[in-house]
Structure formats: C-alpha cells, structure tokens
Design a protein around this ligand. Structure first.
Ligand SMILES: Cc1cc2nc3c(=O)[nH]c(=O)nc-3n(C[C@H](O)[C@H](O)[C@H](O)COP(=O)(O)OP(=O)(O)OC[C@H]3O[C@@H](n4cnc5c(N)ncnc54)[C@H](O)[C@@H]3O)c2cc1C
Length: 508
C-alpha cells in the first residue's frame, strides 16, 4: 500500500447504513486498515427500513452471507414486488413485480405487443398475467428462480422483507468478526485540520477522542458531519413529494404470509404492509399539511390485519438530497446523504450503491477532489432518477377525492419525468435514463397500472400477424400458470428455508 493509504476509517452511526458500510469495508480492507464504528444508544436508529429491492441479494452475496442463515436470523420473507391499491383511482389495483411481462421480441418489450393485441381484443386478459412475479404473488406462492438461463416461466427476481434491527445486528456481528471496533458514545465535538479543513478526530461526551483519516457520516437525518461540519446544503424536494411524516406500528402476523409488500393510497398519503416471519410491519406515510397526526394514526390502526403490538411511532422527514455527499475526507451514506420516501424501497438500495461507489473510488489520505466529484455526480444523479420514479406514482393519479390528491395531480414535475410520461402516452416507449435503476417493465407497470394507455402502437409491431402473436401470448400464459401451480406456498417455502434440514438450506 502507498504511504498515503488510509490507515483508519471512522464510521459515525450504527444504523442500517453504518453497518452496511462497515461490513464490506472490513471484508475488503482486512488488516490493512483499522475501522471504528461509533454509535449512540441514546439517539438510537430509525430502524424502519424493512422492504428491499432485488439488489440486496447481490450485496449479501458479495459479503458471502449464507442465504438461509440470513433469512433465519433476520426473520425475513420473500418479496416479489409491491401491490398498489387505490393509487390510480379508488378501487384501482395493480402489481409492480420484479421481472418482465414475457420475453422481449425483436428487442421490444412484451408489453408493447400486448398493447397491440389488447387494442383489437377487448377480452384480452390483463398484461399482468404475463408477469411471473405477479402470477406468483396473486397465488401466494414462492420459489427461487432456477439456474442462470431465463425462460418465460423463470423471468422474475425477488428481494426480501426483513427486521431492520436484526439485519443491522447481523451485519454488526459480521463486521466485528472481521476486526471492526464498535464504540458506544455520543459525539459532541469535531476537530478539523487548521489548514486543510479535513476532519482529524471526533470527541465523545465522556472525553474520549477518536482520530481517523476518513470519516463516513452514517448519522442519519441530522448529517452530523456532512451538514454539521461542512454545511453541504440540502435540496428540498417536498413540493414534488409532499409526504413529510410517517407512523410505524407492528402487528400480529396474518394467517397468510404474502410474498409482497402492499401499498394502499390513503386520503393524504399511503400505508404500507410488510409481512415478516414473526410479525407484520405497518406504517402510514403522509403529509401533515393535509391530515393531522391523530387522523393518520387512526387510519393506520384501522387498517391493520392483526392486533397492534405497540403504539404507533412518529417519524418526520424532509424529502430531498444533500447537495454534496463527499466533502474533503467525509463521505455521507444513508439518511445523512438524502431521503426519498419508502414507496419503492429505494433507501437501502441507495446505501448499497453508495457503499459500492465508495469502494470503487476509494481514496488515499489526500482525498483528491476529482474522486469526490465523481462520487457526488453519481449520487446526485441516482437520487434524481429514483425521485422521478416515485413522483410518477403520485402524478398519474386520477383521484380527486381529497385536497392532497388534487395537489399531486396538478403539481409540476421535473422535465425528465414529464418527457417520460409524454413518450409513453404518445408511443408506448420508455426512455431508460438510469441503466442500473428501474427498467422499462417497471416504468410500464406503474404507467399501465394507473390506466395510461398509449395513443399509438409501435409501427413495426402493427405489421406483425395478430393471430400468431395471440397464439404466442396464449402459450406463454398457459406455461406461466402451469409453473406457478407447481410452486410451493410462500409460508411453506420460508419454513423449508429456515428449517435445519439440508434441503431447506439449499432453497434460498
Ligand atoms: C418511515 C420510513 C420507512 C422506511 N422504510 C424503508 C423501507 O421499507 N426500505 C428501505 O430501503 N428503506 C426504508 N427507509 C429508510 C431506512 O430506514 C434508512 O435508509 C436506513 O434505516 C438507514 O438509516 P441510517 O443508518 O442512515 O440512519 P439511522 O438509522 O438514523 O442511524 C443513525 C445512527 O447515527 C448515530 N448517531 C447520530 N448522531 C450521533 C452522535 N452525535 N453520536 C454518536 N452516534 C450518533 C445513531 O446512534 C445511529 O446509530 C424508511 C425510512 C423511513 C423514515
């Protein structure tokens, strides 16, 4: 290693972001670098991130975690996507599944061919019948995709629902076994180099001092270092994503262990339902300018499908992004770098991404500004892509039953998003601006789910023989149904995975 190599990293914060940062750094750096993580039990963690995207599996695999052990220790269940209720209009129901709507034909996604058939045939079954993930979710079944070769019945992916506290504890154990030192204490002061402005040490309220070369700010919404020390600034996006409050409450688990998250639109926001092995997580995300906290709690508790196990916990947030996430020798990861409401489970995914970029652009002790610049460019851009995808859900609504939904329908949206909506409405095409983010079929799920039917078909698709196309779709639908019918029930699959039988341990 060079004589300028980072010798000591200090991670500030022991929430999901802190431990998700500590684990891969410990794995990659080993004995070459000392890693200290400081957390304050007095402050605690947000601890409500329980739904993920499929990328979490690759993050876990990179650490070499045993999938069955992970499912067992974090009380995880499998997630095939999100069921949206009452979003487009009251009574509207659609599913955003992980996967496509059938195999692409001549480089065009299958939903475009479905649109052609549905235009001529009013009895055409819903496009969702060609999504394997959706068919599995509706039948309450789950199995992992087999092999590496995608096929029409294997074209789905999956993520997890897990207990956020148990996941952080799981990673803590992993990171500490690889040498990470955990310090309990409250940081009350920060020392900086008088000339460079680099952070040199943090001071704890009991007088201890922790020095470091690189400081990772995982201190949550407060952004103790990135904002407290460097005044990075914050882009406030609440005009386009007005929800600013949440209440969360666990309830007794339901009889049916569903392999998906449910998001139900409410008068001034939406509620989530996340099934875990031992309980169901619930929450209400809302804008306090359009409803009161008491009304929000009432709506949340009235919608539970089991006995509440606690009183609702109040959370406040401001949707937006820190203007810079890396300044000098301080890198912000997690809520300290920004927050988008949890509608599409993007926060933990963003942590995976930013930890990956930190590893990719890992600096020397001089922390060259170009590295920070590239990191900041990627983080800023990614936040904007994700923001636009979430705004889409609100903007497309036809609901006008409350002031909140009338506001969402009429609010201006970013140019890129307006372009995306116009492109789809006009031509059924989707622009892929973010290669690593939500892809064509995800955008189509939300647009079609809200009832947006494009005005024109693709001219090449119009040239195809409709009879042959219909037969192709019929066959695929029949094979999806047959494959799903043969899959185990989700609860049975989870039981199999967490059992100590060797067969179960292979299943995840
Ligand atoms: C309502 C809601 C629902 C969510 N649902 C999801 C979801 O379903 N899926 C998803 O991906 N994400 C979700 N998220 C986001 C997810 O919870 C966070 O991204 C994740 O928990 C990371 O938080 P964090 O570690 O950045 O911050 P925190 O959990 O806030 O951790 C901050 C840490 O910093 C420490 N700290 C702070 N100040 C000091 C100090 N002065 N001295 C010492 N230590 C200090 C604290 O002790 C704590 O350990 C949700 C968020 C909210 C608000």
């Amino acid at each position: 290693m060079s004589d300028k190599a980072i010798r000591k990293i200090v991670i500030v914060g022991g929430g999901t972001a802190g431990w998700m940062t500590a684990a891969p750094l410990a794995l990659k750096l080993g004995a070459a670098c000392e890693i200290v993580l400081i957390e304050s039990p007095e402050i605690g963690t947000v601890g409500v991130g329980e739904a993920t995207l499929p990328s979490i599996r690759y993050y876990n695999q990179t650490l070499g975690l045993d999938a069955a052990d992970f499912v067992k220790k974090t009380h995880a269940t499998f997630k095939l996507g999100i069921e949206f209720k009452d979003w487009g209009h009251l009574g509207n129901r659609f599913f955003h599944g992980f996967g496509d709507f059938g195999p692409a034909i001549e480089n065009r996604p299958a939903y475009m061919y479905w649109l052609r058939l549905a235009r001529d045939n009013k009895n055409m079954p819903s496009y969702e019948e060609w999504s394997v993930a959706t068919a599995m979710a509706r039948a309450n079944r789950f199995t992992a995709p087999y092999g590496d070769r995608p096929s029409p019945t294997n074209a789905f992916s999956y993520a997890f629902h897990f207990d956020a506290g148990l996941y952080a504890a799981y990673l803590r154990e992993y990171a500490m076994a690889r040498g990470v030192e955990r310090v309990e204490g409250m940081i009350c002061d920060v020392e900086q180099h008088p000339e460079t402005g680099f952070i040199t040490a943090v001071r704890l309220s009991d007088g201890r001092r922790v020095e470091g070369d690189l400081f990772v700010d995982c201190s949550g919404f407060r952004g103790l270092l990135i904002e407290g020390v460097y005044k990075a600034g914050y882009d406030d996006w609440s005009a386009m994503l007005p929800c600013n409050s949440a209440q969360a409450v666990p309830c007794a688990k339901a009889d049916r262990l569903t392999p998906f998250t449910t998001s139900t639109a409410r008068g001034a926001g939406w509620t989530w339902r996340i099934p875990l092995q031992h309980r169901t997580g619930n929450g209400h995300v809302y804008c306090d300018g359009f409803t009161s906290d008491d009304e929000a709690a009432e709506a949340l508790l009235a919608g539970l499908d089991g006995a509440a196990l606690d009183t609702p916990r109040q959370l406040r947030f401001k949707t937006g992004r820190r203007r810079k996430s890396w300044i000098k020798n301080c890198v912000a990861i997690g809520l300290s770098s920004g927050f988008l409401e949890p509608l599409e489970s993007t926060s933990i995914n963003m942590i995976e991404q930013t930890v990956g970029w930190l590893v990719q652009f890992f600096p020397d002790r001089d922390c060259r500004p170009a590295l920070a610049g590239e990191f900041n460019r990627l983080v800023s851009q990614r936040y904007e892509f994700l923001r636009d995808f979430i705004i889409l859900h609100y903007k497309l609504t036809n609901r006008d039953d409350t002031e909140f939904w009338r506001y969402c329908r009429n609010m201006p949206v970013p140019d890129n998003l307006q372009h995306q909506i116009d492109l789809f409405r006009d031509s059924s095409r989707v622009a892929i601006l973010d290669q690593q983010g939500f892809l064509e079929d995800s955008w189509a799920s939300i647009l079609l789910g809200h009832g947006i039917i494009p005005e024109k078909n693709d001219p090449f698709i119009d040239l195809m023989d409709a009879g042959q196309l219909a037969e192709h779709f019929r066959k695929i639908r029949a094979s999806i149904r047959q494959a799903v019918d043969a899959m185990p029930d989700h609860a049975a699959f989870v039981d199999d995975v967490v059992s100590d039988e060797p067969a179960g341990r292979r299943a995840a």
